[in-house]
Design a protein around this ligand. Structure first.
Ligand code: HEM
Length: 79
């Protein structure tokens, strides 16, 4: 894999995959929490944060969703 690109941060929530690489520095909860969930299912942690269920968060997430990404926990999705 080329390292010319910034290291991607891909997380999975409710069986959808999101590329949060660029968003990470803007995330109110910090970049480190997103990095910790790289290639993992973050559904439970995500659902514990009240603000995550606001409509503007859903809009943000729609833009970050990777539509054809295999689930992180499938053999093909494991990196
Ligand atoms: C696509 C994924 C995510 C998006 C778009 C997102 C977005 C946001 C936004 C907008 C807030 C502020 C909410 C508010 O109080 O109004 C927030 C807060 C927070 N997020 Fe996320 N988040 C994502 C994933 C995660 C994950 C995976 C974690 C892991 C635990 C996390 C942990 C937190 C925490 C702890 C806060 C609270 C920060 C505070 O109020 O001090 N987030 N997030």
């Amino acid at each position: 894999m080329s390292q010319a690109q910034p290291t991607r941060i891909i997380i999975q929530i409710d069986n959808h995959s999101f590329d949060v690489t660029e968003y990470a520095t803007k995330h109110p909860g910090g970049a480190h929490v997103l990095r910790r969930y790289h290639n993992r299912d973050a559904t439970e942690a995500f659902n514990h944060v009240r603000g995550h269920h606001d409509a503007y968060v859903q809009d943000l997430m729609e833009k970050m969703e990777i539509k054809d990404h295999p689930p992180c926990d499938s053999p093909i999705g494991r990196h």
